[in-house]
Design a binder for this molecule. Structure first.
Ligand SMILES: O=C[C@H](O)[C@H](O)COP(=O)(O)O
Ligand SMILES: C=C(OP(=O)(O)O)C(=O)O
Length: 351
């Protein structure tokens, strides 16, 4: 017979809780360098200027769907650096350096959560190696943009991120709106997976106001976090379950909704995800439609996103990791580097 004293009311489904390095300890081990800080501050200021239309260059968020191999990420960053310098007078390019992946149901959750890609969930190593990689990329002069998914992660890496995304699956989440209201960098909110633009506009309203919520401090202790609100936020059209939303009528409708809510329209077109039906070959079509609208004077379109890797396509994560193909996405399909260069250079010619 179960006695009352043997019953338990908590941690029934918890198998373990392990302490890890605190944000402060990790930053002491891997400090922000002056060169990296310079990249971050300059890029954030430029994106703020682009949002406010003081800088007329479109911003491009380009890079892998997810980082899974540090060497391939650095190889990509070298190519990216050369390309971004070539087009810098007409385009401002930020590398997608995405470490956290939200999933529709199940799947690999990204480099921070599972850096070895084998289900070992060595999150402490993930945080450490993500921070180390971000320092190197920023020291090269390449600014990084990333989706912020776990509300604890920013304390470990946000000082190295120049632009953050809140994804389609979390734009409506109070936790993510609270978090975004305290972030130091500009933030893009995706429309939700059902295609709702209202959800993203509501997120802008929420995120531009102050909030108080529970988080951790730099020592890793539970703390009340009070924010001032983040006025540097914008929406990202990524399509939804009923199809793409990069066409003019959707952009106009988004502009109207933003104006009605008191925001000067600033919109990024995501050329991937539901705008491309997750087919890398369709990203070009979306990109060209973005360019056409932009060149014909639609100044609300302040930027675009391309999912790009060294080689095109994607691959499932094999049980034998030695069979992973170098430079190929392990999440969504990406365009390859040659196509990336071709698209960016064609935009450069046109702008
Ligand atoms: O960007 C990546 C994916 O679109 C997102 O993480 C969802 O992926 P899934 O539908 O394969 O789970
Ligand atoms: C997950 C992503 O996008 P979305 O939230 O639009 O699905 C992404 O950009 O990696």
């Amino acid at each position: 017979m179960v006695t009352r004293m043997s019953q338990r009311a908590e941690n029934i489904h918890i198998s373990s809780i392990e302490r890890i390095v605190s944000p402060e300890e990790l930053k002491r081990e891997l400090p922000l360098t002056n060169d990296a800080l310079e990249t971050v501050v300059a890029a954030r200021n430029t994106i703020v200027d682009i949002l406010a239309k003081r800088d007329s260059r479109p911003v491009g968020f380009i890079g892998p769907c997810s980082i899974h191999d540090v060497n391939a990420a650095l190889d990509y960053a070298e190519r990216f650096k050369r390309l971004r310098e070539r087009v810098a007078d007409k385009l401002f390019l930020v590398m997608r350096v995405y470490f956290e992946k939200p999933r529709t149901t199940l799947g690999w959750r990204g480099f921070i959560m599972d850096p070895r890609l084998d289900g070992s969930w060595d999150i402490e190593t993930g945080l450490r190696e993500a921070r180390r990689l971000l320092i190197k990329i920023n020291e090269m002069g390449v600014p990084a943009g990333s989706e912020l998914l776990d509300a604890t992660v920013p304390q470990y890496i946000a000082d190295l991120i120049s632009w953050a995304a809140i994804g389609a699956r979390t734009t409506e989440s109070q936790t993510h709106r609270d978090m975004a209201s305290g972030l130091s960098m500009p933030v893009g909110f995706k429309n939700s997976t059902d295609g709702s633009i209202d959800t993203a506009v509501n997120a802008l309203k929420a995120c531009s106001s102050p909030h108080s919520f529970l988080g951790i401090d730099q020592d890793g202790r539970t703390a009340v976090v009070r924010t001032t609100g983040n006025g540097n936020a914008h929406i990202i059209l990524r399509g939804g379950k009923h199809g793409p939303n990069y066409y003019e009528e959707f952009v106009e409708s988004a502009e109207d909704k933003l104006r009605e809510s008191g925001f000067e329209p600033a919109i990024v077109i995501d050329c991937s995800h539901a705008n491309s039906g997750k087919k890398h070959v369709r990203q070009e079509r979306v990109f060209r439609a973005f360019l056409e609208q932009r060149v014909s004077g639609r100044s609300s379109l302040i930027g675009f996103m391309l999912e790009s890797n060294i080689y095109e396509g994607c691959q499932p994560i094999p049980d034998d990791l030695s069979k992973l193909r170098y430079g190929v996405s392990v999440t969504d399909e990406c365009i390859g580097w040659d196509k990336t260069e071709e698209l960016v250079m064609s935009a450069y010619e046109l702008l």
